[in-house]
Design a protein around this ligand. Structure first.
Ligand SMILES: [Zn+2]
Length: 192
């Protein structure tokens, strides 16, 4: 089992943990942002973190790992490599989560759903629905980061490598706005 300290060390090295003044997709403000895509820019980060997650599902006879595009394509691949099984990704077509490219789940197939970071778990729930409708047997959900503060409930076992409580504020209650020092930015919208 990987230690919390080691996970934080990797996230720090990979540049995942960003400090500043951010406007999240929800419209709320925060002084922290997790750019999880950065985990996958170097396999020295993703191999260890995905390995730590795969370990938690090692006895579940997982046959397929499925992740929602784009964020979890590389993650599904890396976790499947550790579990010696197949991997697919689900993607949106006309707004609906779907399996394309000849990917299909067979009835009774044991499926693990992965996502890099779970906040509300919206995309994961859509993938779970898709797999249930295909007759797949859902083993559980796994993420690297659980940002839900343990509140995410998928109706199946949910495991993560690390859980974070990240404080967010309504814009009118944001202490950073009040301090007026840093302009709020939308992560990913800045050129770097
Ligand atoms: Zn603010």
């Amino acid at each position: 089992m990987i230690s919390r300290q080691r996970v934080l060390e990797i996230l720090e090295q990979a540049g995942v943990l960003q400090q500043g003044h951010f406007i999240l997709t929800s419209g709320r403000h925060s002084d922290k942002y997790l750019q999880c895509a950065k985990i996958f820019r170097n396999t020295k980060y993703s191999e260890e973190l995905c390995g730590a997650l795969a370990e938690q599902f090692a006895d579940e006879n997982v046959e397929v790992v499925v992740g929602p595009a784009l964020g979890a394509i590389q993650m599904a691949y890396e976790v499947s490599r550790k579990l010696y099984c197949e991997n697919f990704f689900a993607e949106r077509e006309n707004g609906a989560m779907t399996l394309r490219r000849g990917f299909s789940i067979e009835p009774g197939q044991r499926v693990l759903v992965v996502e890099d970071v779970v906040t509300t778990g919206g995309s994961v729930k859509e993938v779970l629905e898709l797999i249930k409708n295909s007759g797949g047997d859902i083993v559980g959900v796994g993420s690297i980061v659980d940002r839900s503060g343990g509140k995410a409930d998928f109706g199946v076992p949910y495991k993560s490598v690390i859980s974070f409580e990240v404080a967010t504020y309504a814009p009118e209650d944001c202490p950073l706005c009040r301090a007026g020092k840093l302009p709020a930015v939308k992560p990913g919208s800045r050129k770097s």
